[in-house]
Write a protein that binds this ligand. Structure first.
Ligand code: AMP
Ligand code: GLY
Length: 432
């Protein structure tokens, strides 16, 4: 197949590496890509956020499938334009993508579909924010209603900090004050063709900047998959399911009670969701609840989920894009442990310092079981420089988490980036 992947991050690099590893052999194109992606795909000069430009390019170059990585092209209507021209595209249209872009839309869909989520209040004024904060009590959760790259959310014990966060976003529209949900978080991805869904394997993301979940929220500083501890947290509802394996029981439960109802609700409203439904879940003592949905693959979770996928990714994405997921069995995953650690620039997430040289990447990739997924790199002279906040992902695979983690951190030690930051505790508490 001739496949065009839109986006420039480590998630897109991971998608391209998975496509490239298939026996079938594909011609893979990427826009805009980055220096790492350029080694594994042909970069095309194209505005990935322009519906007209992407559609014309796909038509002129006989592209068989377009895969949309980030949310920006979705929100810009790129998938709608491609679909109108009959070009298979993996990614929802603008209307369905609101599931990620508008927390108010997501809450309404969840309510209509009977999907469990935290109680929330839309507050339009300072007084409404204060009333909601005091009703729910501490810890306080305040969210901007719109795309904020994971940075629009504050979770804090400090009432004043919660109010200050609300003050910062209120001029732009209502903010969401939410009930605090406690428990381990799980990211679970579903492929959807608008009607049928197929789950991928669960992963866990580390959202805070520093070790021990300290520091500000980020786009994600690391991830691992699978989740060997899921069995201890699977709520009683899941155990009634058919499957004896705790991960399967959990995935069955979320498929049945969360993903399918949401996909059917969107379909019944005339906004079918074709693409990747990302369910951000919290396993509360009262059962599994949704914290958020995203309309795209998660970053960095994709970097640990796709290397474990056994089935050809291209066939699954094309089946979703063309309404044929029903013909496919649930995707199978290798038992291997996967750990990814993100290397970020100094100053990330507030004000990343860019343009600094990277060294040691070849030595890092040479570590057994390790590969790199580039997030923000560019060629400068005969080397590479960092061009953004999250620079690259070191992915370690192993037969155990101890092995996967050791490999990832051994590889990271080879890499040089002045002021570079990374967490040293990714998957550290996972026991084999
Ligand atoms: P979101 O952008 O909605 O995914 O929020 C980012 C992060 O904030 C989540 O991954 C959680 O760690 C945390 N968070 C969001 N909402 C809640 C909540 N209601 N209760 C507890 N933690 C939350
Ligand atoms: N890992 C969080 C996200 O992709 O939104």
């Amino acid at each position: 197949m001739r496949i065009l992947v839109l986006g420039s991050g480590a998630r897109e690099h991971a998608i391209i590496l998975a496509l490239q590893s298939e026996e079938a052999g594909h011609e893979i194109f990427a826009a805009p890509g980055n220096a790492g992606i350029a080694r594994d795909a042909t970069i095309v000069d194209l505005d990935a956020n322009s519906p007209g430009a992407v559609t014309d390019h796909a038509n002129e170059h006989a592209i068989d499938l377009v895969v949309i990585g980030p949310e920006a092209p979705l929100v810009a209507g790129v998938a709608d334009a491609l679909r109108e021209r009959g070009i298979p595209v993996f990614g929802p249209g603008k209307a369905a993508a609101q599931l990620e872009g508008s927390k108010a839309f997501a809450k309404r869909i969840m309510e209509a579909a009977g999907v469990p989520t935290g109680r929330a209040v839309h507050a339009y004024t300072r007084a409404e924010v204060e009333a909601a904060i005091d009703e729910f009590g501490a810890p306080h959760v305040v969210k901007a209603d719109g795309l904020a790259a994971g940075k629009g959310v504050i979770v804090t014990e400090d009432r004043e900090a919660a109010l200050a966060h609300a003050d910062a976003y209120l001029p732009a529209g209502p903010v969401l004050v939410e009930e605090f949900l406690s428990g381990p978080e799980v990211s679970l991805f579903f492929l959807s063709d608008g009607d049928h869904v197929l789950p991928l394997s669960p992963a866990q993301d580390f959202k805070r900047l520093r070790d021990g979940d300290a520091g500000p929220n980020t786009g994600g500083m690391g991830a691992y998959s699978p989740l060997p501890w899921l069995g201890e947290h699977v709520p009683a509802q899941a155990v009634e399911g058919e499957s004896a394996d705790p991960e399967d029981a959990f995935v069955d439960l979320v498929t049945r009670e969360i993903a399918e109802p949401v996909i059917h609700q969107l379909d019944s409203e005339g906004t079918p969701f074709i693409g990747l439904l990302y369910a951000g879940l919290i396993l509360t003592p009262q059962g599994v609840k949704v914290i958020e949905f995203n309309a795209r693959f998660g970053d960095p979770e994709t970097q640990v989920v796709l290397p474990r996928l056994i089935d050809p990714l291209s066939e699954l994405l094309l089946a979703a894009a063309s309404g044929h997921l029903e013909d496919h069995a649930r995707p199978a995953f290798a038992g291997a442990a996967a750990v990814t650690v993100v290397l970020a620039s100094e100053g990330y997430p507030e004000a990343p310092v860019t343009g600094r040289p990277l060294s040691g990447l070849d030595a890092a990739s040479a570590v057994d079981g390790v590969h790199l997924a580039h997030a923000a790199t560019a060629v400068a002279g005969d080397g590479l420089v960092a061009t953004g906040g999250r620079v690259l992902n070191v992915v370690g695979l192993g037969t155990t988490f101890t092995e996967a983690r050791d490999r990832a951190y051994r590889a990271l030690a080879e890499i040089g980036l002045e002021g570079g930051q990374y967490r040293t505790d990714i998957a550290a508490r996972v026991t084999d």
